[in-house]
Design a protein around this ligand. Structure first.
Ligand code: TYD
Ligand code: MG
Length: 457
C-alpha cells in the first residue's frame, strides 16, 4: 500500500524537503516552499511516454514516418504564426503565460475560431475559469463562428482524457493549467505536484493522439509562469504575452521554441472588438499630432527582425529645492543616470541638478542600447529648449567616453527609415560609411555624442 508523505517542495526548482525552509538550498530562492502531499513512488516513477507503442531504440533515420507530424498549421493570426515560426507545429505543446487580463483567453479563443475555420478539424476548449455561457458570449462578441469548437468546463484530468478519447479532436486549448487536477492526487489544483502530474498526462495523451495543444499558464508576482520551472522545460514552446496596463499594445514573445527561432515578436492592439494585429508597427509608436517640440526625438529599434520607429521624450526642468528627481518609463533608471553623466561631463551642461523625466512613447521598453543617442538628443533638446530637426532619426549606442558605436543590422533599419519617408539619419561614422549612397536618406556619421549639440538647431 502506498504511504502518504508530506513534503515541502520548492516551486522554483522542485527541490523537496521534509521541513519547511525559508530559502531553497538548491536554487537559493527565498520563500519558495509550499506544502505538498504526495503518494510515494507511483507519481515520481511516471515518465512522459510520447511514443508508447514504438518506444524501442531505432536508427534516427527510421523515424521518417513521423515527419508528417512536424508540418506546420497556420493559426490564421499572422502575428501569432510569426512568433511560432510560421505556424504551429502539429502535435506540439505550446504554453502561453501572461499577467491577468492581458488577453490570453481572448487570443486563444480567436485562434480557436480561425483554426477550425481554416482546417475544419475539431477543437476542444477546456476552461476552468469561465463557464460555457461566458465563453460563448465572448465568442459572439468577437464574431467567432463557434461551430467545431467543443467546450468542456470540467477540470479533472480523468474526465478530460475520457472526453479526448470520445471526441478525438485535432486541437486542444486548456485555460489554465493551474485549474486542472488529477483525482488521484491529494493536493489542491495549482500546486507543484498537481501541475507536474497533469502536464505529464496532457502531454502524453496529446503526443500519442497527434493533438496540437495550447495551454495557458498564470504568472507569479515576478512574472514567471507559476508552478515548477520544469513546466517550461517539458513543453515545446513557451510564449509570453506582455503589455502595459497604461496602453493597449500587446507583445507576444517566444522564449523557447523547439521548432523555430525565438527572436520574432508579435504585436497586437486590444480594442473593443478583441485583439487586432499590428502588421505595420512603425506607424503606431509615434505621437502624430505634434509636429515639432522640445525634448523629443526618434530612433529605430529592432523587435525580432522587424524595425520599429519609436519616439523617446525627455523633460528637463530646473529644481530649485534640492536633489533632482529622475523618473523613467520604458527605460532603466541606471541607464538614464549614465546618459545624464555623459551629458554633464562632455556637453558641460549642468543637467544633474534638474528634475528629469524620460518616457518611451507607446509603452515600449527599451532593453538594448541602440536608443542611447536618441535619449541624449531628447534630453539635450529639452534642457536647451530647442527643437530637433523634424523627420530625423538618431541611431547609436553611446559609450562612457561619449563615443558613438554602431548598432546591429543598420541596413535593415535604414531601409525602414527611408520607407517611412524620414529624411535624415544620425548614426556612427562606421555605420554611415556603410550606408551612404544606398538609401534615399541624408546620413550623417558622428564620432562623439557631443556632435549632436550642433544638430539641435
Ligand atoms: P482576457 O483574455 O480575459 O485576459 P486573460 O485571459 O489574460 O486574463 O482579457 C481580458 C481583458 O481584455 C479585459 O480586461 C477586457 C479586455 N478585452 C477588450 O478590451 N476587448 C475585447 O474584445 C475582449 C474580449 C477583452
Ligand atoms: Mg483568462
Amino acid at each position: 500500500m502506498s504511504k502518504k508523505n508530506i513534503n515541502f517542495v520548492c516551486t522554483n526548482c522542485t527541490y523537496q524537503t521534509q521541513k519547511w525552509m525559508g530559502r531553497c538550498p538548491e536554487c537559493e530562492q527565498w520563500n519558495s516552499f509550499t506544502e505538498e502531499i504526495e503518494s510515494t513512488g507511483k507519481i515520481a516513477a511516471r515518465r512522459l511516454n510520447i511514443e508508447d507503442q514504438k518506444n524501442e531504440a531505432r536508427e534516427l533515420a527510421n523515424f521518417s514516418e513521423d515527419l508528417n507530424e512536424s508540418l506546420k498549421v497556420q493559426t490564421g493570426i499572422a502575428e501569432f504564426d510569426r512568433v511560432l515560426g510560421g505556424g504551429v507545429t502539429k502535435s506540439s505543446f505550446v504554453l502561453i503565460g501572461g499577467e491577468p487580463g492581458i488577453g490570453k483567453s481572448t487570443l486563444l479563443l480567436m485562434t480557436a475560431g480561425k483554426i477550425v475555420d481554416v482546417t475544419s478539424d475539431k477543437l476542444l476548449y477546456i476552461s476552468g475559469e469561465e463557464s460555457g455561457h461566458q465563453v460563448n458570449q465572448r465568442a459572439q462578441r468577437l464574431k467567432i463562428d463557434a461551430k467545431n469548437i467543443h467546450f468542456l468546463n470540467d477540470c479533472s484530468i480523468e474526465k478530460i482524457k475520457n472526453t479526448l478519447t470520445k471526441l478525438r479532436p485535432k486541437f486542444l486549448i486548456v485555460d489554465s493549467i493551474q485549474t486542472i487536477f488529477s483525482e488521484d492526487i491529494d493536493a489542491p489544483p495549482g500546486t507543484v505536484t498537481q501541475i507536474r502530474e497533469v502536464t505529464y498526462q496532457l502531454m502524453s495523451i496529446s503526443k500519442q493522439n497527434a493533438i496540437t495543444t495550447f495551454v495557458v499558464g498564470h504568472v507569479t508576482k515576478e512574472g514567471n509562469i507559476a508552478g515548477p520551472k520544469m513546466l517550461e522545460h517539458m513543453v515545446d514552446c513557451v510564449i509570453y504575452f506582455e503589455g502595459d496596463s497604461l496602453n493597449n499594445y500587446r507583445f507576444l514573445r517566444c522564449i523557447k521554441n523547439r521548432f523555430g527561432s525565438t527572436n520574432e515578436v508579435g504585436i497586437f492592439q486590444m480594442t473593443e472588438d478583441g485583439l487586432e494585429e499590428v502588421p505595420n508597427p512603425s506607424k503606431v509608436f509615434l505621437v502624430e499630432s505634434i509636429e515639432s517640440g522640445h525634448g523629443r526625438s526618434l530612433t529605430c529599434l529592432l523587435e525580432g527582425t522587424r524595425p520599429l520607429i519609436v519616439e523617446t521624450q525627455a523633460l528637463v526642468v530646473e529644481n530649485k529645492y534640492g536633489n533632482g528627481r529622475r523618473t523613467t518609463q520604458g527605460l532603466e533608471l541606471n541607464r538614464l543616470n549614465l546618459l545624464i553623466a555623459i551629458i554633464e561631463k562632455y556637453f558641460k551642461m549642468p543637467v544633474s541638478y534638474s528634475d528629469i523625466y524620460v518616457n518611451v512613447v507607446g509603452g515600449l521598453k527599451l532593453t538594448g542600447r541602440d536608443s542611447d543617442l536618441s535619449i541624449i538628443a531628447s534630453l539635450v533638446s529639452s534642457f536647451l529648449s530647442r527643437p530637433i530637426l523634424e523627420r530625423t532619426i538618431f541611431l547609436g549606442e553611446v559609450g562612457l567616453t561619449g563615443e558613438v558605436r554602431s548598432v546591429q543590422f543598420p541596413e535593415l533599419r535604414a531601409k525602414e527609415i527611408a520607407l517611412m519617408n524620414y529624411k535624415k539619419m544620425i548614426c556612427s561614422t562606421q555605420a554611415a560609411k556603410k550606408l551612404i549612397g544606398h538609401f534615399d536618406l541624408e546620413i550623417i556619421g558622428i564620432k562623439n555624442a557631443i556632435e549632436i549639440r550642433d544638430i539641435i538647431s
